[in-house]
Design a protein around this ligand. Sequence first.
Ligand code: TMP
Length: 235
Amino acid sequence: MSATLLYEGKAKKVFATENPNQVRVEFKDDATAFNGQKRGQIIGKGVINATVSAHLFRLLGQHDIETHFVDDPVPGELLVDRLRIVPLEVVVRNRVAGSLQKRTGLEEGTPLSFAVVEMYYKSDVLGDPLLNEDHIRILHLASPDLTARLKSEALRINDVLTPYLAPRGLILVDFKLEFGMTDQGVLKLGDEISPDTCRLWDTATGKKLDKDRFRQDLGTVEEAYQEVRDRILAR
Ligand code: TMP
């Protein structure tokens, strides 16, 4: 019996399970960048991103942060709670990189004196634009209360991940989160936490060990993902 495919995105497939409150997420090796304009494959990425995500969701769970993670039954797949996703990408930044560098002209790598939180509208048609709190309100994407909770939850997650990664030789430059609600109205972290959704730089050399190697054609993409997995899983 083949499972019902509920949704196929750029990097994942979501399948129904026998439990209506849970779905199975299959992580793909497919990679896209710049709103799908650049396409390719990163061999082994699906398994690595599922493995890294499961590990970091467990870590967050140990710090009383609610996530959708339930189990990782086989490599490359996660069993997760079904969420109604808030259509916002919540980005946390510890250093200047990417679109913040372009927006501000600050030098790449500059440490920020406090963690900067940004919200982007999940809309392929609009190209995921940056929104301020008023924009979020007029679009009814989240109430002011929920927006505030998303921000404080994202900062709590940063406060767990940054010190976890530092002794593993990884600088958490920035990352993107997605949140959603269970049918019971519980806010949980969803999606993934992986080198696709985080900027991770080697502490000693500053080498980029994340999807920027694919975005910017820097080479040794697969090796970078393997290195990140090995460091994150190391005791
Ligand atoms: P940005 O600097 O391009 O705005 O990206 C900020 C962070 O968000 C970076 O860690 C990469 C991640 N990200 C995604 O996960 N998905 C996206 O579509 C984009 C644009 C960024």
